[in-house]
Write a protein that binds this ligand. Structure first.
Ligand code: PLP
Length: 379
């Protein structure tokens, strides 16, 4: 979450808005109350805040990719159904025959499509929290109420609380991030299935971190009427591409597809993704290296006095600092050239928590040394 703007800036914003009668008359208060998504500037900093992959293609691979792009007819619209890419994805990620696929301009857009299809005033979306912030934002944009179901103190999903909330609210959509951002833990298939059977609405299993996890619900897709499994290329090393996909029962995917804008996936993205999938083992090798680095990073963090590091099945580690240290350490790291994500203030359960993306061995070392220095300096 972005830093809170100062009260003065807030008031100026409100003043500006109220001067414009169109805003008052026509922008619903649920939109006026939102803040546009803000991203911290990472200029000249080691960027460990957004779960990007640190590795880039070598020159040989890059040249082959550029050559492929050079053949793209830029004057033509993309294939609206992205048929070739969908067939490749189905094959590469073992999507069951029973399932249909839908592509999004990032998985954020897929969450938005699901919300446009089933959301609306008087309806509820729900997730075990803390979780990915866009669930709540997109729910609210579409007029839904958002219900935050607390996790256990170790961030595992509280199954009884979740099933109770589903019974109480009959949500149109339940979000289950497996593994979860920002906590890093996953949830097991038995629980997903229980939640699906208890829900009349959609259960969206968000597998953004699948590459680092080794578990998936994908092989079950199509066997339950209400389960969608979503993945993204972003955390795999292609964040610039903006490409995500969603697998689910054909009848349900066909309905969600109706709210998709035509040509939402550019030809450049379709061709690049196809090329990337020809080199899937490059990505898998890098994911494996990140998983190794994650284990040493977790161990080193957890060994620091006063620091609690949470176990992670993703490409980041969440850690908690002693009371009242979160903001100070975040700022000290940034002053020393390292940008992580400050989660203090994002949710009651995340006080003094920071989240660091796992990077190369040398960047992880710089981060650990910088953090050690901050803590030794009594920050
Ligand atoms: C990063 C993230 C996404 C968003 O992915 P994009 O494909 O880049 O839009 C979705 N879900 C979770 C849980 C994430 O952490």
């Amino acid at each position: 979450m972005p830093d809170q703007p100062s009260t003065v800036a807030n008031l100026q914003g409100l003043a500006k808005m109220s001067e414009n009668p169109v805003c008052q008359r026509w922008i619903p208060s649920r939109i006026r109350e939102l803040k546009a998504y803000q991203v911290a500037s990472a200029q000249d900093l080691i960027k460990l805040d957004a779960m990007e992959n640190p590795y880039v293609w070598d020159e040989g691979l890059r040249d082959a990719w550029v050559e492929r792009l050079a053949g793209v007819p830029l004057n033509r619209y993309p294939d609206p159904a992205a048929e070739t890419l969908i067939n490749t994805l189905t094959r590469c990620f073992s999507v069951p025959d029973k399932a249909a696929l839908l592509l999004g301009n990032g998985s954020d857009e897929l969450i938005q499509m699901v919300a446009l299809a089933v959301g609306g005033p008087g309806r509820v979306m729900l997730a075990p929290e803390p979780s990915f912030s866009m669930y709540q934002v997109i729910a609210k944009i579409t007029g839904c109420d958002y219900v935050d179901v607390p996790r256990h103190s170790d961030f595992t999903v509280d199954g009884d609380a979740l099933l109770g909330a589903i019974d109480q609210h009959d949500p149109c959509c339940v979000f289950l991030a497996c593994p979860n951002n920002p906590t890093g833990n996953s949830c097991d298939s038995a629980l997903i299935e229980k939640v699906a059977r208890a829900s009349s609405g959609i259960v969206l299993v968000d597998e953004a971190y699948h590459a680092f996890c080794g578990e998936s619900f994908m092989d079950r897709v199509g066997t339950l009427d209400n389960v969608l499994v979503m993945r993204t290329f972003s955390k795999l090393g292609l964040a610039a591409l903006r490409l995500g996909f969603l697998a689910g029962p054909k009848a349900l995917v066909d309905e969600i597809n109706k709210v998709r804008l035509p040509y939402n996936i550019s030809t450049l993205a379709q061709i690049t993704a196809g090329f990337a999938l020809e080199h899937l083992n490059w990505f898998e090798d890098k994911a494996q290296a990140i998983c190794h680095a994650r284990e040493s990073l977790h161990k080193a963090l957890d060994a620091m006095p006063g620091v609690t590091a949470y176990p992670s099945k993703a490409n980041f580690v969440l850690f908690r600092l002693p009371p009242a240290k979160g903001n100070l350490v975040f700022e000290s790291l940034r002053q020393s050239g390292v940008l992580v994500k400050n989660l203090h203030g994002a949710h009651d359960a995340l006080s003094d928590c920071l989240r660091v993306t796992v990077s190369t061995a040398s960047q992880n070392r710089v981060f650990l040394d910088t953090l050690t220095a901050s803590l030794n300096d009594g920050v």
